[in-house]
Design a protein around this ligand. Structure first.
Ligand SMILES: [Zn+2]
Length: 183
């Protein structure tokens, strides 16, 4: 009798084991949605609608580091960002609102350790404003749509503009191999 009970208990244990295995396999069998082919042609907006979001919105949307730079005008340490040494073709968009800002073909080696560009996709997409903080007189560059701090612009860049947009990687997202429509 004792053996029968033991055998019965063993059977239950084995059954539970099989059920749990099956349920695990079931989870593994969930088929993820297939990844859609991404259209890498970005159609730039013809006009900019200002995005006036609250601090709480940005805190929720951005990482702490991105919030510090984009919303509090911080600066990432040089040679530490994701894009200063990025040589892939593509489009850089605002991390705050996704507005396309710069293309890889206007990026150049500035030696500063920050991604540097000589020309935005459209002058309308950025705003340059005087910045006299930290005891310096500089021109700050912000995203024209969301007001996010991107970096500064200096007049020691290469031809044809002579400008150097010195930006924080963390203010940007990079879409590899994307193209701007009609460019
Ligand atoms: Zn933006």
């Amino acid at each position: 009798m004792k053996k029968i009970i033991n055998d019965f208990a063993l059977l239950i244990c084995m059954s539970l084991f099989v059920i749990s295995c099956n349920s695990t396999q079931g989870k593994n069998l969930v088929i993820e949605k297939p990844i859609q082919a991404i259209d890498t042609t970005i159609v730039p907006p013809q006009r900019i609608e200002l995005l006036d979001s609250s601090e709480a919105y940005w805190k929720n949307k951005l990482s702490e580091e991105a919030f510090t730079v984009l919303r509090l005008k911080g600066t990432e340490r040089s040679f530490t960002g994701e894009y200063w040494d990025n040589h892939t073709d593509g489009v850089y968009v605002c991390k705050g609102c996704g507005l396309p800002l710069f293309t890889a073909d206007t990026k150049f080696e500035s030696g500063t350790g920050w991604p540097s560009f000589f020309k935005p996709i459209n002058e309308m997409y950025i705003k340059n404003i005087n910045d006299e903080s930290h005891g310096m007189v500089r021109v700050e560059t912000i995203c024209a749509r969301c007001g996010g701090h991107l970096g500064h612009v200096f007049e020691d860049g290469p031809a044809p503009t002579g400008l150097r947009y010195c930006l924080n990687s963390i203010s940007l997202n990079f879409i590899a191999n994307a193209k701007i429509a009609n460019k």
